[in-house]
Design a binder for this molecule. Structure first.
Ligand code: DAH
Length: 358
């Protein structure tokens, strides 16, 4: 026993001296490893504890542990000193140098346009709704009265996702869709949504009328990028469902919002058009100082119409009771006209010289 405990004190003193004398963090780590590391001298001493006779172990263990705690405290304290020393500047600071500027960031012009559109609609009681960008064909087309063989679907032929891999035969089969049927329901084909109109369906399936929503969001088309096209862009969808809604309500709302966005002298006109989810359907043109600056009296800006009774049937609304209108337009187009931007691709390049102007 005596032999063992006699070793503790001198080794501790040597270790303390080594730790305290370390001139930098690397040297400190070396000293720590020499004494307290896996092959360190102090660790070796602790390993001998096991070989002591049983009656000597408690006292010897206590003494070793007390020394170890002291060493660890000395290590931590020296590490603190050295870290502080390492963090201090090596050269004196020049407090007369000018401060560093932190330039304020800004919202992207598309975000600004979207926020303005949302703000105008909020004034007249609309709320923002949202839906997934990875959509299925049912919500994007079928429920909007655009079946698979419909020509309107060709123009939105778009980016489909690869079908899910076939089920693993080593796993138990998925539960059948209908009771008594052994066939699982066919997985719906997924695609990147081509328009925000899909959210009309999601919202109506989820809530009872009346509905007053707008849906800003990103959409995808298989378009080649040029000055006026990009494979991804943004739209705002609007949907209003209530009793006795008329084209007059639609026109009044559109006029209000476009005057907010494009100035009080803005005029709008409706031209008959075709969309499969509205009847009658229109394209909206507008005219303002901005369009005249672009050398045109009228510019096409949106599609709209009265919600088709079949769409109401598809979401479980009674078309004899409920009426409504819907519209959709592109946010990039609004922003381009407002700010006089002539190439849509500028929005996505994130060139700070472009973005700083808005
Ligand atoms: N979804 C159409 C498009 O992407 C825009 C649109 C037209 C939306 C008429 C509507 C609508 O809600 O009624 O071109």
């Amino acid at each position: 026993m005596g032999e063992f405990t006699d070793q503790i004190e001198p080794l501790k003193q040597a270790a303390l001296a080594g730790l305290r004398a370390a001139p930098d963090l690397a040297a400190l780590d070396q000293a720590r490893s020499n004494f307290l590391g896996a092959h360190g001298q102090f660790t070796a001493l602790m390993k001998q504890l096991g070989a002591l006779p049983k009656d000597q172990k408690p006292a010897a263990g206590k003494a070793v542990n007390a020394a170890k705690i002291e060493l660890e405290a000395a290590l931590a304290s020296r590490r603190g000193e050295l870290e502080l020393k390492a963090a201090l500047p090596t050269e004196p600071a020049d407090f007369t140098l000018p401060g560093r500027r932190r330039p304020l960031g800004k919202l992207h012009p598309l975000t600004q346009a979207t926020e303005d559109i949302v703000r105008s609609f909020r004034k007249i009681g609309f709320v923002v709704a949202d839906g997934p960008e990875v959509e299925d064909e049912y919500h994007c087309f079928d429920a909007l009265n655009t079946p698979a063989d419909h020509p309107a679907r060709d123009t939105q032929d778009t980016v489909y996702l690869a079908p899910a891999p076939p089920p693993n035969p080593n796993l138990p089969p998925a539960p059948a869709s209908a009771p008594g049927s052994s066939l699982p329901a066919p997985a719906p084909r997924l695609l990147l949504r081509t328009h925000t109109s899909s959210v009309q369906i999601r919202v109506m399936k989820n809530q009872a009328p009346p509905v007053r929503i707008i849906v800003p969001g990103r959409v995808y088309r298989r378009d080649n990028a040029d000055a006026t096209h990009n494979p991804t862009f943004h739209q705002v969808e609007g949907l209003y469902v209530d009793r006795n809604v008329t084209v007059g309500d639609l026109k009044g709302t559109v006029e209000f919002v476009f005057r907010e966005l494009m100035g009080p002298e803005t005029r709008i006109r409706f031209r008959p058009h075709y969309f499969s989810y509205t009847e009658p359907s229109f394209e909206i043109d507008f005219s303002s100082a901005l369009t005249r600056k672009m050398g045109k009296e009228w510019l096409e800006i949106a599609g709209c119409g009265m919600v088709h009774p079949q769409v109401f049937e598809n979401v479980g609304y009674d078309p004899e009771v409920w009426t409504g209108w819907a519209f959709g337009f592109g946010i990039e187009r609004i922003a381009m006209i407002r700010y006089g931007i002539n190439d849509i691709r500028l929005f996505y390049e994130n060139d700070a010289r472009f973005l700083r102007q808005f």
